[in-house]
Ligand binder design. Sequence first.
Ligand code: NDP
Length: 329
Amino acid sequence: MVQAKKWTLIKLFDGFPKHSDFQLKEEKLPEPTDGQVLLEAVFLSVDPYMRLLSKFGMKEGDVMIGSQVAKVIQSKNKAFPVGSHVVANCGWRTHTVCNEKDFVPLITPWPKDISLSLALGTVGMPGLTAVYGLEEVLELKQGETLLVNAAAGAVGSLVGQIAKIKGCKVVGSAGSDAKVAYLKELGFDVAFNYKTVGSLEETLKKASPEGYDCFFENVGGPSSTVALAQMKTFGRIAVCGNISTYNDTAPQTGPFPQMVILMKQLKMEGFVVYRWMHKNEETLKRLMAWVKEGKVKYPEHITKGFENMPTAFMGMLRGENTGKAIIAI
Ligand code: NDP
């Protein structure tokens, strides 16, 4: 019988998460039955959506939501033998008895020299988000100018690199000088630290005096208002995230964007990555090919130890990560 550890949310977040909101618990797991497997976590992910979705449907006592790369250590399912790896959506847990609907196989073949942790980042959900936002929502074209914020994170760092592959000019913002230096290494044409820049309006104008065709929005809040005003006529905005508002206890109010959307005839569309699930296999293979060809770099911010999951989660929300925030067991 396996003893699992799990992190539960004992107090719904009120503002920025605190250590006291989480509790580490243990439980004995039953043996897997027909069709089930017993999984052991190898890498776990901490993502902004965990903070966002905690407001919608999580209750006190629930296991923290999330995905992991896990190894099958007992199997009653021939398709997933002992020793194989999957991406499982089973929350912050070291061990889980899972049904097939709760996990997906890794793409095959997975190259031996590529860490399996990429299945939670560049060759996983954040990678898919970057591709679908750029291709399906923005329909980014060669020669266009793209603005992306939270640009040194899991999604943003890939958005900028893929836009460069597509022959675009890329302007990105991030929250430290070290991140800005890294964005320049990744090939961003202009990168700036939004915390120290002074006037965001002047910075955006200087970076692209003719304006922006596309804006990949990860942050939201007042900086959005400034960015929208710098769009070209008929500019397109993909609303991927709103991380600057996830910890708010009261909704932020205007200025409201309708007037600038009207006057510049902008097109603004929110999206959730799961809309294009039917394309995931092909897209993941494309992302893996870019990784293998060295066309995209895949920064990771790795925290060791399951016991440090809340620390890693809060660190990611504070901006401590460059690239994908991962917990290695
Ligand atoms: P990141 O790896 O980018 O980590 C979050 C980053 O957000 C931090 O590193 C920090 O970087 C930045 N940040 C935090 N607070 C603020 C703030 N107040 N203002 C500006 N930046 C802030 O996370 P992901 O790449 O996983 O996610 C990026 C965005 O994409 C999020 O908004 C997320 O919700 C969204 N998302 C949406 C999906 C969809 O289907 N629509 C799927 C996946 C992600 P810094 O140091 O630069 O401040």
